[in-house]
Design a protein around this ligand. Sequence first.
Ligand SMILES: [Cu+2]
Length: 418
Amino acid sequence: MIRALCLAALLVLAMAAPAAAHNVTAGADLRFAQTIAGAEVTVVIKGTSRVPGPLRIGVIAYEPVAGPSIALEIRSVEDGRTVTGTARAAADPAYTALRVERTGPHELKLSAGDEVAVLPFRVLVDRGSPGDLLIYGGLFVAALLLVGGLLTGALTRPGPAMGLAAVSAAGVTVAAMVIVFEPQLPPAPPDGAAPAVTTAGGRPYAQARVATEPARPGAGEEFTLGIDLVDGSTGRPVDDLVVHHEALAHVIVTSEDGRFFRHVHPLRTAPGRLEVRLRADRPGRYFAHAELEREDSGGQLATTSFEIGAGGEVTTSPDAVAAPVLRPAVPVAGRPTTIELTAPAGVRPWLGMVGHLIVRNQDGSFLGHIHEMGTPGPRLRFTFSFPEPGRYLAWAQYAVSDRIVTAPFTVEVTEGGR
Ligand SMILES: [Cu+2]
């Protein structure tokens, strides 16, 4: 009896759900921030509980709000079947329904202009828990045996009747145990889940190469910033990036003087390859910092610096935003500083947060990225500990109804006394 229960418990545990990467489930929407066709958008795949059935896809535009029209194509990796549609990026987008026939691995292809992104994801649909099977199975067996026992008893054969009654009681006990303990057990893997793979000690960081194409773009000229990710131990492309803060990668591109700033979300163009198109407005030295996270590994920062040559320069002016209030007014290295901005009404969440703060040191060797703390009212408040004394360049970002506001400021940090 005890052995049977242990076996049942082990079976349930062995079927624990694998790590969730880019999964569309009944419970959650899948969101990918993308910089495509010069627009900053978030692609949303709504959660689904039914397959075959429609997958609803919308593209939220942050800047510009009248975003591009994006061609959508969903392909099942298992049977190659594709279904296509169109989504128009908008602040409050209409959702396009694309019918999928099965669970499991799929790819969402986005095309706008001559840019294409391919986002891998899985369609998962919950199936009944193994606990349910044990509960109903146990009760069914118990009922069957009880009837058998009664009949046998009625035929005046007490020995076998007692035996059947005992097994019946065991069936009821199993069902009752499962009812009591099931909430503590991991859920069954949904239909379409990847086989669970765990690597002892986790996977290594991706080896990242960040480079521009052409190698030395001119000012005002469009160029591609590419990120190639390779697994150091296998030499194969790394294609298991986790969506964190609603993107596969967050890339911050700044000029050395800090007057140029872009926070963009590159497109996955092939396994292990991310790309984003940019235009820098003045010649000089630039830094690119890419935040990414590999599944079963951890968050990492990949950086590079590059030169922008002379060319047809364009001048952009930063947003006119009131300077933030710092407490203490002169931050001390290694101690928390509170940075507070007045935000206009109608700030909307972007990348899962109300506000973002990005901090870089002068030579680009340090980049910090933190989030607003959920302050009520028309204020955005950040707490940041500057690692060393010196001058820092900082940018606070938030989204309003029609654009993403970037508020640049500089901070002088003093040495902490002991
Ligand atoms: Cu980002």
